[in-house]
Design a protein around this ligand. Structure first.
Ligand SMILES: O=C(O)c1ccccc1NCC(=O)[C@H](O)[C@H](O)COP(=O)(O)O
Length: 229
């Protein structure tokens, strides 16, 4: 089993290459116009192709309540390994996208309490869940806000494979992973704001520090025979 470290919100070749060189196992590209990390699909396609050519990381395009046409363009023009749905998509909508397209589906769930974890269990069609903090009331986007939730909620033993995200950074990611040592469904961690020095501006030193800290902590997990970022 591998342990995934996902660096989300990459916007250019330099930071993508830095994340790949540091050993990222997943790289994420945001397609959401209100985000400081927004990429047009043509730019995302170039970065996905570059990541694929390097052969080491899986690529993810993130969208918020995308319509059918946008989903089709992401799958057919950008060709990521994964589509991350980060809006209010229902379980039925996720199932419909799954039935119509050959792409891995990540469903992001905003978590503030145990009821959100129970809600996550209804997304059978998702290949992977991503547990994130529920956005603050005044947030202008549903994710990428650098806000953490109570990670203990992710210790619910009923969860299928999931990525932990929300407010992670190089100095807390090891504690987050260690706190979920008994949770075999923890498939990896995801970060955006915690490796930036301004909204949308990745800091390559922080990216490297985050990956090193996460891989080091993953190596200590009982289920990890061969941890890979
Ligand atoms: O990054 C964005 O701007 C964004 C916009 C809309 C929906 C989701 C978005 N980002 C999601 C992520 O980057 C992560 O998957 C997750 O929310 C963790 O973000 P952070 O707390 O900033 O590390």
């Amino acid at each position: 089993m591998t342990f995934l470290v996902k660096i989300c919100g990459l916007r250019d070749v330099a930071t993508l290459d830095a994340a790949l060189a540091a050993g990222a196992g997943m790289v994420g590209f945001v397609h959401f116009a209100r985000s400081p990390r927004h990429l047009e699909l043509a730019d995302a396609a170039r970065l996905v192709a570059r990541a694929r050519a390097r052969g080491q990381a899986q690529s993810v395009v993130l969208a918020v309540d995308p319509d059918d046409a946008t989903v089709a363009r992401i799958v057919e023009e950008v060709k990521p390994d994964w589509l991350q749905l980060h809006g209010a998509e229902t379980p039925e909508r996720v199932a419909a996208i799954q039935a119509a397209h050959d792409v891995g589906l990540i469903k992001a769930i905003g978590v503030a309490g145990p009821e959100d974890v129970t809600r996550a269990l209804t997304y059978d069609a998702a290949d992977l869940l991503l547990l994130d903090a529920r956005p603050p009331r005044d947030a202008t986007r549903p994710g990428g806000n650098g806000v953490a939730f109570d990670w203990a909620l992710a210790g619910d033993g009923r969860l299928p494979p999931f990525l932990l995200s929300g407010g992670l950074h190089p100095d807390n990611v090891a504690d987050a992973i260690a706190g979920l040592a008994g949770q075999a469904s923890l498939a990896g961690v995801d970060v955006s704001s915690g490796v930036e020095n301004a909204p949308g501006v990745k800091d390559t030193a922080l990216v490297g520090a985050f990956i090193r800290a996460a891989v080091g902590a993953a190596c200590q997990r009982p289920s990890m025979k061969e941890p890979v970022a």
